[in-house]
Design a protein around this ligand. Structure first.
Ligand code: FAD
Length: 378
C-alpha cells in the first residue's frame, strides 16, 4: 500500500541514516535533516565494534551487509589488558570468531549515506524549534529560518535532542566520568613502545578512578581514551587549547605508570579533546505522543560500553520495519517499536552503568579480569 505521509528524521547519525535506508528499501521516502553543513565537516571518531545481534542485524535489514564486510579492520578484535606497570594480564588475539568486528565509524556512515537516494539528507538544517500542530503533525523550524511540516517525526538527534522535550522532561546528567581523547599517528615508526603495548586491537589499562583505553586503527594510528572519575569542574582547571601543559597535567595523574602507557597521553599528535559523559535514566521512557518518537542517543543516552551506536542502528532498522509493516497506521507502528525499544534499552543501560565499576571501581583491574573471564571467547 502506498505511503503518503511526510517522514522527517532529525539527525544523520548512524541511527537516523539506518532508519532512512530501511524505509527506502521498503519504498518509503523520508527526509533527514542534519545540523552539520556536510558529511565531512568533522572527523567521525574512531573504531566501532559491530555486534551480530544488533549492529550487524540492522545492516542486514538495510541490505548493506556485504558493504559492511568490506570495511572490517583485520585483527581489530584483539583484546589486551595491562596493569599499570605494563604487565600483560590478558592477551586475546583476533582469530575472527569474536562476533564483534571493528570498523571505522566514518566508513560505516559513508556506506549508509551512499546508499540513500540523492537529496534524502538535507545538510545545514539544524532544528531550532518544533511544535505540535495536532493530528500528529509538527512544525519544524530550522536555524536558518526555513520551516517544514512533518506527519511522522523521528528524533535521531543524539544526546542533546531538540525533539526529546516533545515526549519527555528527562535531561542528560553527568556520569562522574570523563574521557580525554588523544591520537598517535604512524605509531609503529614514531611511537614504537606505545604501539607494542596496544598490540593489534584494543588495550585496557585501568586502576581505581582512572585508566587508559586505546585502539589500533588503520594506518598504524593509536586512538586513546584516558578516563577519569572526577567532577566535571575538575577539568575547568585544564586549558585544553594549551596542548603541552594540558597533556603534562593529565599525565601527572598517571605518575609511576609504565611509560609506554603514559606515552599514549604525552606523545599525542593531536590536541587532547575532553569528552564528559552524560546519561539519561536507565529506565527512560515516555507516554505516546501522536506523530513523534525517538531513537538512538536521543532515546537512551548511556555510558559508552560498546553498545550505543549498535543500538541506534538497531532502533533505526526496527522502526523502519515497523512503519513499513503498518503503512496506514504510523501510531500503531510507533507503539510496536517503542514497546521493544523500552525493554531493550533499559536492560542495556543497566549493563552499561555497571561497566563504570568494572573499569574504574575499587577492585580494578581485577574486576576487569573477572569481566573478561566471562566475556572473551575461550
Ligand atoms: C567517547 C565515546 C565512545 C563511544 N564508543 C562507542 C563504541 O565503541 N561503540 C558503540 O556502539 N557506541 C559507542 N559510543 C556511543 C555512540 O557514539 C552513540 O551511542 C551513537 O553515536 C548514537 O547514534 P545516534 O545516531 O543516536 O546519534 P549521533 O551519532 O549523536 O547522531 C546525531 C546526529 O544528529 C545531529 N543533530 C544534533 N542536533 C541536531 C539538530 N538540532 N538538528 C539537526 N541535526 C542535529 C548531529 O549533528 C548528529 O549528526 C561512544 C560514545 C562516546 C561519547
Amino acid at each position: 500500500m502506498a505511503f503518503h505521509k511526510d517522514v522527517s528524521i532529525i539527525g544523520a547519525g548512524l541511527g537516523g541514516l539506518t532508519l532512512a535506508r530501511v524505509l527506502q528499501v521498503n519504498g518509503i521516502k523520508a527526509t533527514v535533516y542534519e545540523a552539520e553543513a556536510s558529511p565531512d565537516v568533522r572527523g567521525q571518531g574512531g573504531m566501532l565494534d559491530i555486534h551480530e545481534a544488533d549492529g550487524q542485524h540492522a545492516l542486514r535489514v538495510a541490505g548493506l551487509f556485504e558493504e559492511f564486510l568490506a570495511i572490517i579492520h583485520p585483527g581489530g578484535q584483539a583484546t589486551r589488558v595491562l596493569d599499570k606497570s605494563g604487565n600483560i594480564l590478558i592477551d586475546q588475539p583476533d582469530d575472527g570468531t569474536g562476533g564483534r568486528p571493528e570498523v571505522p565509524r566514518g566508513h560505516l556512515r559513508r556506506i549508509l549515506l551512499n546508499s540513500l537516494d540523492p537529496h534524502t539528507v538535507r545538510w545545514n538544517h539544524k532544528l531550532s524549534a518544533v511544535s505540535p500542530l495536532g493530528n500528529g503533525q509538527h512544525r519544524l523550524t530550522f536555524a536558518h529560518g526555513s520551516v517544514g511540516i512533518s506527519d511522522a517525526l523521528i528524533g535521531a538527534d543524539g544526546a542533546w535532542s531538540k525533539v526529546r522535550p516533545l515526549v519527555s522532561q528527562a535531561n542528560p546528567v553527568y556520569t562522574g566520568v570523563s574521557y580525554v581523547e588523544t591520537y598517535l599517528h604512524d605509531s609503529d615508526a614514531r611511537h614504537k613502545a606505545s604501539a607494542e603495548a596496544v598490540g593489534g586491537g584494543a588495550l585496557f589499562a585501568f586502576a581505581p578512578g582512572k585508566g587508559i583505553g586505546a585502539h589500533r586503527e588503520p594506518n598504524g594510528a593509536l586512538h586513546a581514551y584516558t578516563q577519569f572519575q572526577r567532577p566535571v569542574e575538575w577539568f575547568d582547571t585544564i586549558d585544553f587549547s594549551d596542548k603541552a601543559t594540558a597533556l603534562a597535567k593529565l599525565a601527572r595523574e598517571f605518575d609511576g605508570w609504565n611509560s609506554a602507557l603514559v606515552g599514549l597521553i604525552t606523545e599525542s599528535d593531536t590536541d587532547p579533546v575532553l569528552r564528559p559523559l552524560y546519561t539519561l535514566p536507565a529506565d527512560h521512557c515516555w507516554e505516546r505522543k501522536p506523530g513523534v518518537t525517538l531513537l538512538g542517543d536521543a532515546a537512551h543516552l548511556m555510558m559508552p560500553a560498546g553498545e550505543g551506536a549498535n543500538l541506534a542502528m538497531l532502533d533505526g532498522a526496527e522502526l523502519g520495519e515497523a512503519i513499513a509493516s503498518n503503512p496506514t497506521d504510523v501510531e500503531a507502528a510507533f507503539i510496536t517499536y517503542e514497546t521493544e525499544l523500552f525493554r531493550r534499552s533499559t536492560a542495556k543501560a543497566v549493563e552499561a552503568e555497571a561497566m563504570i565499576d568494572v573499569l574504574l571501581g575499587p577492585a580494578a583491574p581485577q574486576s576487569l579480569l573477572d569481566f573478561f573471564g566471562s566475556h572473551l571467547p575461550a
